[in-house]
Each structure stands twice: as C-alpha cells, then as structure tokens.
Design a protein around this ligand. Structure first.
Ligand SMILES: Cc1cc2nc3c(=O)[nH]c(=O)nc-3n(C[C@H](O)[C@H](O)[C@H](O)COP(=O)(O)OP(=O)(O)OC[C@H]3O[C@@H](n4cnc5c(N)ncnc54)[C@H](O)[C@@H]3O)c2cc1C
Length: 352
C-alpha cells in the first residue's frame, strides 16, 4: 500500500497533523497502539492564557488560542460534534501576595485578567480567604472525545492501524520508506513521551514529567467555570463529573498513579470544596515536555524523510493545532516552520 505519509501516534499531535493533511487531500496511515494512559487521554484540555505566579501571558497565546478555537470548531462541524467550550477560570488566591500579583498584572494589561465583581458569588461552593479573580477567555477542549471521533473517521478512511509500531520493521533510504506492506515518502513521529527513546530524536533536550489527576463526581457543583486554587478543577463532558489536577514530577519510579498525589488532591478538595464528592478514578501519564519549553517540529538533518511533532509539554491543547498546521504546510508547500519550534535549531546535536 502506497501513502503520502506514515504517522506514528494518535494523541493530539497525530490527530491534528492527520486532520490538516486530510484537508489538503493527502493520504496517510497512522499507527497507534491504543494505550489508555497517555498524556492526551489524561489531560484536562484546558487552554489557559496566563501562567505562573506572576500571571505572565503564555508563549504565543495571542496567535495559538484563536487558531485552536477556529480549528477545533471546524473539526467539530466536520465530525458533527463540539469539542471546545469557553469557560473562564475563577482563580482563588491562595495568599494575599498572589492577590496583589494578580491586581498588579491586571492594571498593567487586562486582556485576559479581570476582577470578579461579586467576591461572595462562589461562597456556597468553596472556602476561600483571599478572594478571586477571573481569567477570560479560557477554554476547555474535550480531547478524549475529539480523538475518539477522529479515530472513527480514520477507520472509515482505512487510515489507522491499532498496533505497536516496531522500529525493527522500518526500512529507510534517502527517498523511500517502507513499513510492513506500507510504502511512503515520509514518516512523522507523534509518539509523545515515548519519543524520548526514538533513535532519530533521542538527543533532543526533553524534560519529561509525570502528572496525575483525579476524576470526581460532585452533584451540587456548577459546571460554568474552571476553578483554580493551586490545583485546577474542571468540568468534564459526563454530567456532574470533574477533573482535578495536577502535579509535575521530573523524577519518578514508574508511570502509575501515586498515593502521594491522591492524598494531596483530596486534602486540597476537603479544605476547599464545600459540597460532597466521590473519587471515581485516579490517572497518571508522562508529559512530553522540553527543557526550553518549546516544541519539536520538523525533520531530521541527515535522515531528511523522518520527521517529528512533539514536545508540547503542558500546552498540547493550544500548541498542537498551530504546529500541526505549520508542519502540514511545510510538508505540502514547503512553507517554513517557526524557528523557535523547528528542530533545525538542534541540527548540530542531531547530526552526531
Ligand atoms: C495530568 C496531565 C494534565 C494535562 N493537562 C493539560 C491541559 O489542561 N491543557 C493542555 O494543553 N495540556 C495538558 N497536558 C499536556 C498535554 O496532555 C500534552 O501536551 C499532549 O497531550 C501531548 O500530546 P502528544 O500527541 O504529543 O502525545 P500523547 O498524548 O502521548 O500521544 C502519543 C500517542 O502515540 C502513541 N504511541 C507512542 N508510541 C507508540 C508506538 N511505539 N506504537 C504505537 N503508538 C505509539 C501513544 O499510545 C499515544 O496515543 C496535561 C498532561 C498531563 C499528563
């Protein structure tokens, strides 16, 4: 079977790349092993325009957020579903210092930060001592539903194989790639945290970290917003269910959920949420994060038909659509990839 491209992995990166290639009329096969504990399947899918203790604007947010909105909406119409929802983030300040930092930032620039007029509005749901502010617009993307809907379409297109990709079966030459009975022009790895061991790209400066989340049921909580007090509490598509997370572990013994996170998250909830809740699930996955917090997009300097779309770190929901589009335009029209994201910046390391 001859296709234009072979894609490894159908997380949010492989999903968005194949979506844009499909729109361009290109053919491809995706190989994905169907692992349930991957970053895109565990993530809350929040697009938060601010980050850190100083509420700094997230890298490229003015470009990537509207781009993500437009493309998730377009994909939703195509698949007869809705994947992205605007939900402002209600930020409960954990200390007077954080409240002051928010106000200071808001007076400098109020594009995404807003004061919340009725400071008692959420008292029926939450305990809080230092008030709250609002981050708006922000979004939640239902990644699991999006990826499952696209996978169905991929089956209709005969464009997905559910199995583990085995590099020993791959044959690469300068102008030719084959894998089992598939021949193709290029192979693109969208294999998330597994990519850290990828023989072509393992020298890239990854900083993978494990994150965990609880899925809870709470019948009396409003799903109008995402709430934050240290941890994020975000509504899920199933009624009365919420996602609470996360943590960042750069050193970990295994990829399993830990008792330590469970204790931390339930302690936070018990002190913050006034309504009864029940823990339904506890999940963990490894984020494909990078040392300089910028993605890895583009092609290997020596094996030029081997590509990568990875390193989305904590921001896959907003960065993956933008950079998947860039990579698709590079593949189809040879348009350039943003220098901050292009793996060309590591050509010396990758040429070793
Ligand atoms: C707890 C947690 C919370 C998060 N919350 C958010 C959030 O709110 N907002 C946000 O923007 N980001 C969030 N993230 C980060 C986000 O999830 C990632 O940036 C994103 O999912 C990475 O997507 P990916 O497609 O690169 O990788 P993955 O989602 O890991 O996808 C890789 C795919 O490749 C497949 N694969 C790998 N190797 C092989 C192989 N050899 N053969 C076959 N298939 C293979 C895997 O099974 C998987 O399906 C969170 C992450 C975690 C862990």
């Amino acid at each position: 079977m001859q296709v234009d491209y072979l894609i490894i992995g159908q997380g949010i990166c492989g999903t968005m790349l194949s979506w844009f290639l499909h729109k361009e009329g290109k053919t491809f096969i995706i190989i994905d092993d169907g692992n349930e504990n991957t970053s895109s399947k565990i993530a809350a899918g929040i697009i938060n325009p601010v980050t850190g203790r100083r509420f700094a604007y997230t890298w490229m947010i003015d470009e990537v957020m509207p781009f993500a909105l437009q493309n998730y909406e377009e994909m939703g119409s195509y698949l007869d579903s809705k994947f992205i929802f605007q939900k402002s983030i209600i930020e409960f300040f954990p200390s007077p210092q954080m409240r002051n930092a928010f106000i200071e930032r808001l007076t400098e620039n109020d594009t995404y930060l807003h004061s919340y007029p009725d400071q008692n509005h959420f008292n029926q749901y939450f305990n809080h001592d230092f008030g709250c502010g609002e981050v708006r617009p922000a979004y939640i993307v239902h990644l699991q539903i999006l990826m499952a809907s696209w996978r169905k379409k991929l089956y209709d297109l005969n464009a997905i194989k559910e199995e583990k990709f085995d590099v020993n079966e791959l044959k690469t030459a300068d102008d030719f790639i084959s894998y089992q009975n598939i021949t193709t022009e290029k192979i693109i790895f969208c294999d998330g945290a597994n990519g850290i061991n990828n023989q072509w790209f393992q020298l890239l400066p990854y900083a993978a970290n494990k994150g965990e989340a609880l899925i809870i049921e709470c019948e009396e909580l409003t799903n109008e917003h995402i709430f934050k007090k240290g941890l994020m509490l975000a509504p899920l598509p199933v009624q009365n269910t919420y996602w609470i997370g996360s943590n960042y572990q750069w050193e970990f013994e295994n990829e399993q959920p830990s008792q330590q996170f469970y204790n931390h998250a339930t302690t936070v909830l018990n002190g913050w949420l006034k309504k009864p809740y029940k823990v339904l699930f506890h999940k963990a996955a490894v984020r494909p994060a990078t040392l300089e917090r910028r993605p890895f997009v583009g092609f290997h300097p020596i094996q030029k038909n081997v590509g990568i779309l990875n390193g989305m770190g904590t921001k896959g929901s907003s960065l993956a659509p933008f950079f998947a589009h860039q990579l698709s335009q590079n593949l189809v029209y040879n348009f350039p990839i943003a220098p901050d994201a292009d793996v060309k910046r590591f050509n010396r390391i990758l040429s070793k």
